[in-house]
Design a protein around this ligand. Structure first.
Ligand SMILES: [Zn+2]
Length: 145
């Protein structure tokens, strides 16, 4: 399949099966404020284009393998990284770095798994990494730096 200038092969059936057996994303299993804020914003983070891409790869976007709060930014938003994996292959990269801004608050990148995985092994796993900026929408007094 094609996404922008990327060409991607995904074992959708296998990926669907892995994701359907997961109870939730990493953030769902954590009660820290950063994860609670991530979960609260998760529906709004990804534009439809990305939700569609992830679904076509067999990825459930509500079941991230990792999510890392980076910092509160000068613009008041909070930066996070969120990682997903799928079994497949990138057959053509967008450009040398692979980084692609999708909107003002979202950058996508593809690479090899370097964090925790929710798959039984790393065989042919591709990592999708999102850099995300989102508002703090849970209790104001709990806001992180
Ligand atoms: Zn957490």
């Amino acid at each position: 399949m094609k996404f922008r200038n990327w060409e991607i092969i995904a074992d959708k059936k296998y990926n669907d099966e892995i994701y359907s057996n997961l109870k939730g994303g990493i953030a769902d299993g954590c009660q820290c404020n950063d994860c609670r804020n991530f979960v609260k914003n998760r529906q709004d983070i990804f534009p439809q284009e990305i939700k569609t891409l992830l679904a076509e790869l067999g990825i459930d976007y509500t079941k991230e393998a990792d999510n890392i709060h980076l910092q509160k930014l000068k613009n008041g938003l909070h930066s996070y990284l969120a990682l997903f994996h799928f079994r497949g292959e990138i057959t053509k990269l967008e450009d040398e770095t692979g980084l692609l801004p999708l909107n003002d608050n979202l950058i996508i990148n593809f690479g090899l798994p370097d964090g925790q995985i929710l798959f039984p092994n790393v065989e042919r796993l591709v990592q999708i990494e999102f850099y995300i900026e989102m508002p703090w929408t849970i209790e104001k007094e709990l806001e992180s730096d």
